[in-house]
Design a protein around this ligand. Sequence first.
Ligand SMILES: [Mn+2]
Length: 373
Amino acid sequence: MAELPARIQRLTVPHGRRILVTSDIHGNIPYFEGALKLAGFSDRDELIINGDFLEKGSESLRLCRMLMELQKQGNVHIICGNCDDWAEMYLPAFPDYAHDYILRYIKFKRCGLLWDMYLEQGMDPLEQTDFRPAKKLFQEKYPEIWDFLGSLPHALETDRFVFAHAGMAPGKPLRDHSASELDRVNALLQTDRRFDRWLVVGHWPVMLYGENIVCANPIIERERKIISIDGGCTLKDDGQLNVLILPELDSEDFSFVGYDPFPTGTALDDQAEGGRSYYIRWGDSEVQVLDRGPEFSHCRHVRTGYEMDILTKYLFADSEVTGCNDSTDYVLPVHAGDTLRIVEETGRGYLAKRNGVSGWYRGRIRRDPPDAT
Ligand SMILES: [Mn+2]
């Protein structure tokens, strides 16, 4: 596709209203509803969905319809992410070869907007050999969805803030950006970019910025005026859906909540922080299985040679060299009385989160009753 010019909108809201910002919901309605409840979202607030509400999760089509309804309230502002730009396939310049790519993508991912549309039309996507007939059918069946997706802005701006899915080019007027300069910038915080206005982005799960410690909380860089909020919802076993909260428009008095559905409990024992640890993450997750066990497998991270025990169910395949879900052997610092969120309970203790940080806890936990959070 040729570079598309970005759609930019000015954000104006009545004075004194909270601004809630979330991103990368990825078809995960329970996390979305949980996060809104945790943030106390009401019609006295403004809500910004900072892109990537589609794909990767199991309810893209249903979430899309939910957001279309929410948008009608007038206080919900939705931004296009790189996973939400499906309306582009109906532009005249859309290349023919891309149809084969789309069908391969649907069959490989087995979820997402087009997968959901196939199922809703009573068709098995896995049996398809050509995407073009379905594309035509979907155009007839879902005109309101293509209108909605095709009209979403790639950025919202105020005098002091820009909200965009992934990035921005320093010193360049927002209106001169292409769509991909706003919705496809990878690892923004690893570039040397800095801005005059605050830039709030999702796109790159924040834990990927961690060295040896995994933290899902938003990263706020005041010097460079960048806030990165993607907590790995849907993509990470221990991920969360973050909501950044501004007490009112253009306020820098930031706070946040992070929703995940994990049961909570109170630690009953102190535990000292462990020594050496490593975080095997997406994009660099090839491991050699040295000793496969029923619950844990001893593995060597191929690139670094670092050895750690990984939950066997986190390994992608039975082969000797395989990939794995994000894994850490970090031993959490814990004080008795701390609240922990329990990601996994295993024969060797808990994989838990403490204040957004994931790691292992070998002590005892008194579990809270369900719904105590
Ligand atoms: Mn995303």
